[in-house]
Design a protein around this ligand. Sequence first.
Ligand SMILES: Nc1ncnc2c1ncn2[C@@H]1O[C@H](COP(=O)(O)OP(=O)(O)OC[C@H]2O[C@@H]([n+]3cccc(C(=O)O)c3)[C@H](O)[C@@H]2O)[C@@H](O)[C@H]1O
Ligand SMILES: Nc1ncnc2c1ncn2[C@@H]1O[C@H](COP(=O)(O)OP(=O)(O)OP(=O)(O)O)[C@@H](O)[C@H]1O
Ligand SMILES: NC(=O)CC[C@H](N)C(=O)O
Length: 707
Amino acid sequence: MTRLAVIATCNLNQWAMDFQGNLNRIQQSILEAKEKGARYRVGPELEVTGYGCEDHFLEPDTFQHSWEVIGELIESRVTEGILVDVGLPILHRGVSYNCRCLIYDRRIILLRPKLFLADDGNYRESRWFRAWKRRSVLEQYKLPEDIVNITGQRTCPFGEAIIEVEDTSLAVETCEELFTVDSPHVKYLLNGVEILANGSGSHHHLRKLDQRLNLIRGATSKGGGVYLYANQLGCDGGRLYFDGCACICVNGQIVAQGSQFCLETEVEVVVGVVDLDEVTSHRVAVASRGVQAAEMEDISRITIPGFYICNSSDNGLNIVPSPPIQVRIHHPMEEIALGPACWLWDYLRRSGAAGFFLPLSGGADSSSSAAIVGSMCQLLCRAVQKGYIRVLQDIRRVCGESHDSQYVPTDARELASRIFHTCFMGTKNSSKDTKERSKVLANDIGSYHLDINVDIVVDAMVKLFCLVFGEDKMPRFRVYGGSETENLALQNIQARIRMVVSYFFAQMLPFIRGRKGTLLVLGSANVDEGLRGYLTKYDCSSADINPIGGISKVDLKTFLSFAAKPLEENGLGYASLKSITEAPPTAELEPITASYTQTDEADMGMTYEELTWYGRLRKLGRCGPVSMFLKLSQVWKHLSYAQIADKVKFFFRMYSMNRHKMTTLTPSYHAENYSPEDNRYDLRPFLYNSRWQWQFSKIDQLVTKLG
Ligand SMILES: Nc1ncnc2c1ncn2[C@@H]1O[C@H](COP(=O)(O)OP(=O)(O)OC[C@H]2O[C@@H]([n+]3cccc(C(=O)O)c3)[C@H](O)[C@@H]2O)[C@@H](O)[C@H]1O
Ligand SMILES: Nc1ncnc2c1ncn2[C@@H]1O[C@H](COP(=O)(O)OP(=O)(O)OP(=O)(O)O)[C@@H](O)[C@H]1O
Ligand SMILES: NC(=O)CC[C@H](N)C(=O)O
């Protein structure tokens, strides 16, 4: 008889601290798994609480509510006839652990704590949890009174163990454990485990999926086995977008894959039929695996008597194993169009706001933010067309429709006209070109567009200044003979007034349109501007949220070309973006004269491409000034050592002078590994000695030595 097992994993769009919503989604996923015939269901890491609770993991309430959720799950009887693997925080003997809880029928089979915590980049699990170190010991966990009352069970095993069922054995690991050098699954697989599950809380950044899939495939390609991967999906209350992609892998080949970016549903169950005999067969054929398996030390085992994961009544003819599939990996430009769009939608519908307000300059950055909102509207309309009722209900709520409303968006442009507001805020220094580009793009996307001039407010500020300090101190632009200080102050006041106007209009526009609520102000500072500090503190970069704050200018330019392509060519169909990509980036804060037009790259003293180099080397290459100089000397062969030294020193000077701006950076979608985001990801001082005396003198010595 063939051992065919139907098993399920899932993507869940959980929300930190939303215990009720999280419970509903977990229940729905188990029910769907059961309906599809699965006998094992794995869910994401910390799915009961949501992954991003952070310091709420220090509160006893969080642990107690987690048990209450488990109690309700068991009482609702969804766990009957299926082995359910749920992620939640557990307090054991006064120590907090990030755990998997395996439940079968009404019994807690095992609490399995995470062995290796995630602590780099965006993660700091050891702030809230301890890693489980007593790997050879199974302790007894004393179950809370509520659970005892529901189940009659007083204790359950706590630690690392293999679960033996009648026809196979399985084991679980948690997210980061897959990424570690000495992954627990190696030991489990060599111990004969056939099904391995991983509940994850893993975030998206550009070009990452490939790495994750390689690890999943790698886990079972050498020694055989089935690997089930579950993940959180969406924005659970922070800067990260968890990118789902729940999948099933058999002997190194993916046989089922869920979506990576999805706003259609909060619960996506991925089911596969796997032939466990193929695992045995794969293993027997690899003699060296057998040698290692034979000498592997034993791991504690817990049996579930009478429980079969395989369908014993089927002889392999009624259900067939899921065949290997071609994995779907989005192009990075699609990732930009999809990831931030889904994140924005989760944020918008969960914030209760009535839509977005975007200061749209007609430049590349704010146009990228606009295109991403357009992409969100397109995805929403497609979901509605496919019949996703919950999406339609959320749209109606965000649009301020009444309970009995029959409103259905006709198309993405019509939807955008209701929830997306753009505004060009010109001054004397704005050009007709940018104003026109802004208008045409707004029309392409369908936003409610305003075209206003803010000179009256800028002039009022200058007048106020003159009233206080006298007309003879009236600040002048450099091109009219003003000093650097005056020139900068006049630029910054335009930029800051735009920010104040944005918040004012975002608050008032729903009122003007006969709606309740307020709009969320969107920002458009990109990752490189942040790195170089080429932005005005508290200008339009100080928005509520920023979809592109984690994306490099180089990627954004490519994204705009992609988004300009027609829908039939898989672009976003915003043809007007073409002219925007062709225009040189400019702040338009200084007067344009016959001999002078302000441009970003000239102003910054470096190109955006150079900035990407600096960004990658600083963060990903972990370079200080000296190593960055040495690394770039190997690459920039067209420049002299002295020129490279000047560039590196200039970059570090600018970076360190402006680092303070990162402390007030608008929360942005995390997309780029070299992000300078100061809040969670790139923790550095913000008061530097920007002369870098020691480091720069070492660079000077090297230049002399190298000639
Ligand atoms: N160490 C420190 N720690 C904490 N705060 C510090 C600080 N040093 C200065 N500051 C504060 O920061 C201020 C200086 O920063 P900030 O006011 O931003 O002014 P700043 O960086 O001098 O100027 C803004 C720059 O952004 C450029 N820019 C380019 C494109 C567009 C836009 C735009 O906004 O549209 C702007 C603009 O051309 C200019 O180069 C100081 O006045 C002080 O208030
Ligand atoms: N004329 C304008 N009208 C509306 N918003 C503006 C205008 N100028 C600037 N902004 C807002 O201020 C932000 C910062 O301005 P900046 O000139 O630095 O633009 P940028 O970062 O180069 O972006 P963009 O490419 O969109 O111009 C812009 O992204 C935009 O949101
Ligand atoms: N939650 C985790 O353990 C995640 C860690 C892992 N390195 C990731 O980026 O996906």
